[in-house]
Design a protein around this ligand. Structure first.
Ligand SMILES: C[S@@+](CC[C@H](N)C(=O)[O-])C[C@H]1O[C@@H](n2cnc3c(N)ncnc32)[C@H](O)[C@@H]1O
Length: 333
Protein backbone atom coordinates (compact mmCIF):
# COMPACT_ATOMS: atom_id res chain seq x y z
CA UNK A 1 0.00 0.00 0.00
CA UNK A 2 1.38 3.42 -0.89
CA UNK A 3 2.05 5.97 1.81
CA UNK A 4 -0.05 8.91 2.89
CA UNK A 5 0.17 12.22 1.11
CA UNK A 6 0.01 15.71 2.58
CA UNK A 7 -2.37 18.53 1.72
CA UNK A 8 -2.70 22.21 2.51
CA UNK A 9 -6.17 23.81 2.67
CA UNK A 10 -7.05 27.36 1.67
CA UNK A 11 -10.55 28.65 2.57
CA UNK A 12 -10.93 25.48 4.62
CA UNK A 13 -14.32 26.34 6.17
CA UNK A 14 -15.34 23.51 8.48
CA UNK A 15 -13.33 21.00 6.46
CA UNK A 16 -15.47 19.23 3.84
CA UNK A 17 -12.45 18.83 1.57
CA UNK A 18 -10.16 18.00 4.52
CA UNK A 19 -12.33 15.13 5.81
CA UNK A 20 -12.99 13.72 2.34
CA UNK A 21 -9.29 13.87 1.47
CA UNK A 22 -8.30 12.27 4.78
CA UNK A 23 -10.64 9.36 4.00
CA UNK A 24 -8.63 8.88 0.80
CA UNK A 25 -5.18 8.93 2.41
CA UNK A 26 -4.40 12.60 1.84
CA UNK A 27 -3.97 14.28 5.23
CA UNK A 28 -4.34 18.03 5.51
CA UNK A 29 -1.46 19.40 7.59
CA UNK A 30 -2.32 23.10 7.55
CA UNK A 31 -5.42 25.14 6.82
CA UNK A 32 -6.21 28.82 6.27
CA UNK A 33 -9.64 30.21 7.18
CA UNK A 34 -10.60 33.70 8.29
CA UNK A 35 -13.99 33.06 9.93
CA UNK A 36 -13.17 32.42 13.59
CA UNK A 37 -16.41 30.54 14.23
CA UNK A 38 -15.74 28.20 11.31
CA UNK A 39 -12.26 27.72 12.74
CA UNK A 40 -13.80 26.78 16.12
CA UNK A 41 -15.92 24.13 14.45
CA UNK A 42 -12.99 22.91 12.38
CA UNK A 43 -10.70 22.57 15.40
CA UNK A 44 -13.41 20.81 17.39
CA UNK A 45 -13.29 18.00 14.84
CA UNK A 46 -9.93 17.97 13.15
CA UNK A 47 -7.03 18.03 15.53
CA UNK A 48 -3.51 17.51 14.18
CA UNK A 49 -4.11 20.22 11.59
CA UNK A 50 -2.36 23.54 12.01
CA UNK A 51 -5.05 26.16 11.45
CA UNK A 52 -4.14 29.71 10.50
CA UNK A 53 -7.18 31.79 11.42
CA UNK A 54 -6.52 34.79 9.23
CA UNK A 55 -7.41 36.60 6.04
CA UNK A 56 -5.57 34.83 3.20
CA UNK A 57 -4.26 38.22 2.07
CA UNK A 58 -2.18 38.38 5.26
CA UNK A 59 -0.79 34.86 4.96
CA UNK A 60 2.59 34.14 3.38
CA UNK A 61 4.57 30.93 2.98
CA UNK A 62 7.61 32.43 4.67
CA UNK A 63 5.95 34.43 7.46
CA UNK A 64 3.62 31.59 8.43
CA UNK A 65 6.18 28.86 7.78
CA UNK A 66 3.84 26.86 5.56
CA UNK A 67 5.10 23.33 5.08
CA UNK A 68 5.32 22.17 1.42
CA UNK A 69 2.49 19.79 0.50
CA UNK A 70 1.64 17.32 -2.27
CA UNK A 71 -1.85 18.69 -2.83
CA UNK A 72 -3.31 22.15 -2.33
CA UNK A 73 -7.09 22.35 -2.12
CA UNK A 74 -9.17 25.49 -2.12
CA UNK A 75 -12.93 25.98 -2.27
CA UNK A 76 -12.54 29.68 -2.94
CA UNK A 77 -15.49 32.06 -2.33
CA UNK A 78 -18.06 31.65 -5.09
CA UNK A 79 -20.47 34.57 -4.56
CA UNK A 80 -19.01 36.68 -7.35
CA UNK A 81 -18.91 33.70 -9.76
CA UNK A 82 -22.36 32.31 -9.11
CA UNK A 83 -25.62 33.04 -10.88
CA UNK A 84 -27.33 33.85 -7.60
CA UNK A 85 -24.51 36.19 -6.50
CA UNK A 86 -23.58 39.53 -8.04
CA UNK A 87 -21.85 37.95 -11.11
CA UNK A 88 -19.14 40.56 -10.85
CA UNK A 89 -16.37 38.01 -11.27
CA UNK A 90 -12.96 39.53 -10.69
CA UNK A 91 -14.48 43.01 -10.26
CA UNK A 92 -15.68 41.87 -6.83
CA UNK A 93 -13.04 41.81 -4.04
CA UNK A 94 -14.20 38.25 -3.23
CA UNK A 95 -13.44 37.23 -6.82
CA UNK A 96 -9.95 38.69 -6.45
CA UNK A 97 -9.20 36.16 -3.71
CA UNK A 98 -8.44 33.62 -6.43
CA UNK A 99 -5.20 35.49 -7.11
CA UNK A 100 -4.13 34.99 -3.49
CA UNK A 101 -4.09 31.25 -4.15
CA UNK A 102 -1.80 31.76 -7.13
CA UNK A 103 0.43 34.09 -5.08
CA UNK A 104 0.88 31.45 -2.36
CA UNK A 105 1.58 28.68 -4.89
CA UNK A 106 4.32 30.80 -6.44
CA UNK A 107 5.74 31.60 -3.00
CA UNK A 108 6.50 27.89 -2.55
CA UNK A 109 9.13 28.26 -5.32
CA UNK A 110 10.69 24.89 -6.16
CA UNK A 111 8.45 23.20 -3.56
CA UNK A 112 5.15 23.98 -5.27
CA UNK A 113 2.30 21.50 -4.65
CA UNK A 114 2.14 18.72 -7.26
CA UNK A 115 -1.63 18.93 -7.54
CA UNK A 116 -4.20 21.72 -7.17
CA UNK A 117 -7.87 21.00 -6.47
CA UNK A 118 -10.32 23.90 -6.60
CA UNK A 119 -14.07 24.07 -6.06
CA UNK A 120 -16.53 26.76 -7.12
CA UNK A 121 -19.86 27.46 -8.79
CA UNK A 122 -20.50 25.80 -12.21
CA UNK A 123 -21.37 29.26 -13.53
CA UNK A 124 -17.70 30.24 -13.21
CA UNK A 125 -16.99 28.28 -16.40
CA UNK A 126 -19.43 30.21 -18.58
CA UNK A 127 -19.84 33.55 -16.80
CA UNK A 128 -18.92 36.72 -18.71
CA UNK A 129 -18.84 34.66 -21.93
CA UNK A 130 -16.15 32.39 -20.54
CA UNK A 131 -13.69 35.18 -19.76
CA UNK A 132 -13.48 34.32 -16.03
CA UNK A 133 -12.54 30.75 -16.82
CA UNK A 134 -9.97 31.79 -19.43
CA UNK A 135 -8.34 34.03 -16.84
CA UNK A 136 -8.22 31.21 -14.29
CA UNK A 137 -6.83 28.81 -16.88
CA UNK A 138 -4.13 31.29 -17.85
CA UNK A 139 -3.08 31.93 -14.25
CA UNK A 140 -2.90 28.22 -13.37
CA UNK A 141 -0.81 27.48 -16.47
CA UNK A 142 1.50 30.43 -15.80
CA UNK A 143 2.10 29.05 -12.31
CA UNK A 144 3.50 25.86 -13.91
CA UNK A 145 0.58 23.43 -14.16
CA UNK A 146 -1.16 21.32 -16.80
CA UNK A 147 -4.69 22.67 -16.97
CA UNK A 148 -7.29 22.91 -19.72
CA UNK A 149 -11.05 22.88 -20.07
CA UNK A 150 -11.29 19.13 -19.49
CA UNK A 151 -9.69 19.64 -16.06
CA UNK A 152 -12.80 21.53 -14.92
CA UNK A 153 -15.76 19.26 -14.39
CA UNK A 154 -19.17 19.47 -12.74
CA UNK A 155 -20.02 16.89 -10.10
CA UNK A 156 -23.39 16.66 -8.40
CA UNK A 157 -23.33 15.05 -4.94
CA UNK A 158 -26.73 13.51 -5.77
CA UNK A 159 -25.32 11.67 -8.78
CA UNK A 160 -21.98 10.46 -7.44
CA UNK A 161 -22.72 9.55 -3.82
CA UNK A 162 -25.44 8.16 -1.57
CA UNK A 163 -26.22 11.68 -0.38
CA UNK A 164 -29.72 12.72 -1.54
CA UNK A 165 -28.79 16.40 -1.86
CA UNK A 166 -28.76 18.08 -5.27
CA UNK A 167 -25.48 19.91 -5.17
CA UNK A 168 -23.86 20.58 -8.49
CA UNK A 169 -20.42 22.14 -8.17
CA UNK A 170 -17.45 22.80 -10.44
CA UNK A 171 -14.20 21.03 -9.57
CA UNK A 172 -10.90 21.98 -11.16
CA UNK A 173 -7.80 19.80 -10.91
CA UNK A 174 -4.33 20.84 -12.14
CA UNK A 175 -1.04 18.89 -12.22
CA UNK A 176 2.42 20.41 -12.01
CA UNK A 177 4.50 20.22 -15.17
CA UNK A 178 7.51 19.41 -13.02
CA UNK A 179 5.92 16.26 -11.58
CA UNK A 180 3.60 14.93 -14.31
CA UNK A 181 3.89 14.03 -17.98
CA UNK A 182 0.40 15.35 -18.69
CA UNK A 183 -2.68 16.77 -17.01
CA UNK A 184 -5.09 13.97 -17.92
CA UNK A 185 -7.48 13.26 -15.08
CA UNK A 186 -10.34 10.82 -14.63
CA UNK A 187 -13.05 12.58 -12.65
CA UNK A 188 -15.28 10.28 -10.57
CA UNK A 189 -18.11 8.92 -12.67
CA UNK A 190 -21.79 8.53 -11.87
CA UNK A 191 -22.00 5.20 -10.19
CA UNK A 192 -25.56 3.99 -10.67
CA UNK A 193 -26.27 4.36 -6.98
CA UNK A 194 -29.84 3.16 -7.03
CA UNK A 195 -32.71 4.59 -5.04
CA UNK A 196 -32.10 7.46 -2.64
CA UNK A 197 -33.41 7.21 0.89
CA UNK A 198 -33.96 10.58 2.56
CA UNK A 199 -35.22 8.91 5.74
CA UNK A 200 -31.64 7.75 6.44
CA UNK A 201 -30.64 11.42 6.70
CA UNK A 202 -33.74 13.11 8.09
CA UNK A 203 -35.73 11.80 11.04
CA UNK A 204 -39.32 12.37 9.94
CA UNK A 205 -40.71 10.94 13.17
CA UNK A 206 -38.53 12.28 15.98
CA UNK A 207 -39.68 15.28 18.01
CA UNK A 208 -37.08 18.04 18.10
CA UNK A 209 -36.65 21.18 20.25
CA UNK A 210 -39.33 23.83 19.78
CA UNK A 211 -36.65 26.03 18.19
CA UNK A 212 -36.98 24.08 14.94
CA UNK A 213 -40.78 24.39 14.57
CA UNK A 214 -42.73 27.17 12.87
CA UNK A 215 -45.29 28.74 15.20
CA UNK A 216 -48.85 28.04 14.07
CA UNK A 217 -49.45 31.73 13.46
CA UNK A 218 -46.56 31.90 10.97
CA UNK A 219 -47.84 32.67 7.45
CA UNK A 220 -45.84 29.76 6.04
CA UNK A 221 -47.59 27.37 8.36
CA UNK A 222 -50.90 27.68 6.48
CA UNK A 223 -49.19 27.73 3.10
CA UNK A 224 -47.31 24.54 3.77
CA UNK A 225 -50.28 22.85 5.41
CA UNK A 226 -52.33 23.50 2.28
CA UNK A 227 -49.88 21.36 0.34
CA UNK A 228 -50.49 17.72 -0.22
CA UNK A 229 -48.47 16.00 2.49
CA UNK A 230 -46.12 13.38 1.12
CA UNK A 231 -43.81 10.99 2.92
CA UNK A 232 -40.05 11.52 2.76
CA UNK A 233 -40.46 14.93 1.24
CA UNK A 234 -38.94 18.33 1.95
CA UNK A 235 -40.47 21.78 1.47
CA UNK A 236 -38.67 24.95 0.54
CA UNK A 237 -40.16 28.23 1.69
CA UNK A 238 -39.71 31.13 -0.69
CA UNK A 239 -40.88 34.68 -0.16
CA UNK A 240 -44.43 34.09 -1.43
CA UNK A 241 -44.58 30.40 -2.12
CA UNK A 242 -43.84 26.96 -0.81
CA UNK A 243 -42.11 24.49 -3.08
CA UNK A 244 -42.57 20.77 -2.58
CA UNK A 245 -39.37 18.97 -3.54
CA UNK A 246 -39.38 15.60 -5.30
CA UNK A 247 -39.48 12.66 -2.90
CA UNK A 248 -36.14 11.58 -1.47
CA UNK A 249 -34.47 14.74 -2.72
CA UNK A 250 -32.94 17.60 -0.80
CA UNK A 251 -32.35 20.94 -2.57
CA UNK A 252 -28.88 22.49 -2.47
CA UNK A 253 -28.09 23.57 1.09
CA UNK A 254 -26.81 27.14 0.88
CA UNK A 255 -24.73 29.47 3.03
CA UNK A 256 -27.70 31.81 3.46
CA UNK A 257 -29.42 29.07 5.50
CA UNK A 258 -28.03 30.95 8.48
CA UNK A 259 -29.89 34.10 7.56
CA UNK A 260 -33.58 33.74 8.24
CA UNK A 261 -35.19 30.40 8.91
CA UNK A 262 -36.98 30.17 5.57
CA UNK A 263 -33.80 29.26 3.74
CA UNK A 264 -33.55 25.92 5.53
CA UNK A 265 -35.64 23.09 4.06
CA UNK A 266 -38.70 22.07 6.14
CA UNK A 267 -40.58 18.86 6.82
CA UNK A 268 -44.02 18.11 8.19
CA UNK A 269 -43.51 16.30 11.43
CA UNK A 270 -46.54 15.13 13.42
CA UNK A 271 -48.75 17.88 11.87
CA UNK A 272 -46.17 20.50 12.77
CA UNK A 273 -43.79 22.20 10.39
CA UNK A 274 -40.15 22.06 11.30
CA UNK A 275 -36.90 22.97 9.67
CA UNK A 276 -34.08 20.48 9.33
CA UNK A 277 -31.74 20.44 12.29
CA UNK A 278 -28.14 21.41 11.72
CA UNK A 279 -27.14 17.76 12.25
CA UNK A 280 -29.57 16.59 9.57
CA UNK A 281 -28.03 19.19 7.25
CA UNK A 282 -24.55 17.95 8.13
CA UNK A 283 -25.54 14.39 7.17
CA UNK A 284 -26.99 15.67 3.91
CA UNK A 285 -23.54 17.10 3.21
CA UNK A 286 -22.04 13.68 3.96
CA UNK A 287 -20.28 14.70 7.20
CA UNK A 288 -19.54 11.76 9.51
CA UNK A 289 -21.49 11.05 12.70
CA UNK A 290 -18.54 11.96 14.90
CA UNK A 291 -18.54 15.55 13.60
CA UNK A 292 -19.84 17.91 16.33
CA UNK A 293 -20.32 21.66 16.65
CA UNK A 294 -18.81 23.28 19.72
CA UNK A 295 -21.38 24.78 22.11
CA UNK A 296 -19.88 28.22 21.45
CA UNK A 297 -21.02 28.29 17.80
CA UNK A 298 -24.54 29.74 17.47
CA UNK A 299 -27.09 27.86 15.37
CA UNK A 300 -27.26 30.52 12.63
CA UNK A 301 -23.51 30.19 12.11
CA UNK A 302 -23.73 26.42 12.04
CA UNK A 303 -26.23 26.48 9.18
CA UNK A 304 -24.07 28.94 7.27
CA UNK A 305 -20.95 26.85 7.80
CA UNK A 306 -22.71 23.73 6.51
CA UNK A 307 -24.06 25.54 3.45
CA UNK A 308 -20.53 26.72 2.65
CA UNK A 309 -18.98 23.28 2.83
CA UNK A 310 -17.87 20.87 0.14
CA UNK A 311 -19.89 17.63 0.33
CA UNK A 312 -17.57 15.11 2.00
CA UNK A 313 -18.29 12.05 -0.21
CA UNK A 314 -17.61 14.08 -3.37
CA UNK A 315 -14.30 15.31 -1.92
CA UNK A 316 -13.44 11.74 -1.00
CA UNK A 317 -14.09 10.37 -4.50
CA UNK A 318 -12.12 13.19 -6.08
CA UNK A 319 -9.21 12.61 -3.69
CA UNK A 320 -9.21 8.89 -4.53
CA UNK A 321 -8.62 9.75 -8.18
CA UNK A 322 -5.94 12.31 -7.28
CA UNK A 323 -4.21 9.78 -5.03
CA UNK A 324 -4.27 7.19 -7.80
CA UNK A 325 -2.80 9.56 -10.37
CA UNK A 326 -0.05 10.72 -8.00
CA UNK A 327 0.98 7.17 -7.19
CA UNK A 328 0.91 6.01 -10.79
CA UNK A 329 2.41 8.96 -12.56
CA UNK A 330 4.34 11.38 -10.38
CA UNK A 331 7.90 11.55 -11.70
CA UNK A 332 9.77 13.00 -8.72
CA UNK A 333 8.95 13.96 -5.17
C1 LIG B 1 -16.86 27.74 -0.01
S1 LIG B 1 -16.29 27.97 1.60
C2 LIG B 1 -15.06 26.72 1.74
C3 LIG B 1 -15.49 25.33 1.91
C4 LIG B 1 -14.35 24.42 2.31
N1 LIG B 1 -13.25 24.51 1.40
C5 LIG B 1 -14.73 22.97 2.51
O1 LIG B 1 -13.96 22.12 2.09
O2 LIG B 1 -15.76 22.64 3.10
C6 LIG B 1 -15.30 29.44 1.51
C7 LIG B 1 -14.62 29.81 2.81
O3 LIG B 1 -13.72 30.88 2.56
C8 LIG B 1 -13.63 31.65 3.72
N2 LIG B 1 -13.05 32.97 3.36
C9 LIG B 1 -13.66 33.97 2.69
N3 LIG B 1 -12.82 35.00 2.52
C10 LIG B 1 -11.64 34.65 3.09
C11 LIG B 1 -10.38 35.30 3.23
N4 LIG B 1 -10.18 36.53 2.76
N5 LIG B 1 -9.39 34.64 3.86
C12 LIG B 1 -9.58 33.38 4.35
N6 LIG B 1 -10.75 32.72 4.26
C13 LIG B 1 -11.78 33.33 3.63
C14 LIG B 1 -15.07 31.72 4.20
O4 LIG B 1 -15.15 32.07 5.57
C15 LIG B 1 -15.55 30.30 3.91
O5 LIG B 1 -15.44 29.48 5.03
Amino acid sequence: MSSKLKAGALFSGIGGFCIGFKNSNIDTVWAVEQDVRAVDTYKNNLDNVRVIADDIKKVSVEKNGLEPVDVLHAGFPCQSFSQAGGRKGFDDPRGQLFFEIIRLIKEFGKDKPSVLVFENSPYLKIGDNGSWFLKIEKEIKKAGYWFREANAHELDAFNVSIVPQKRNRLFMVAFSIKHFKNGKFDFPSEQGLGKKDLSKFVDFKKQQDDYYYLPENNRYFDMIKDHEIQDDCLYQLRKYLVRTKETNTCPTLTANMGQGGHNVPFIINDSRVRKLTEYECLRLQGFPNWFKFPESVPRANRYMQIGNAVAVPVAELLAQQVYKKINEERRTK
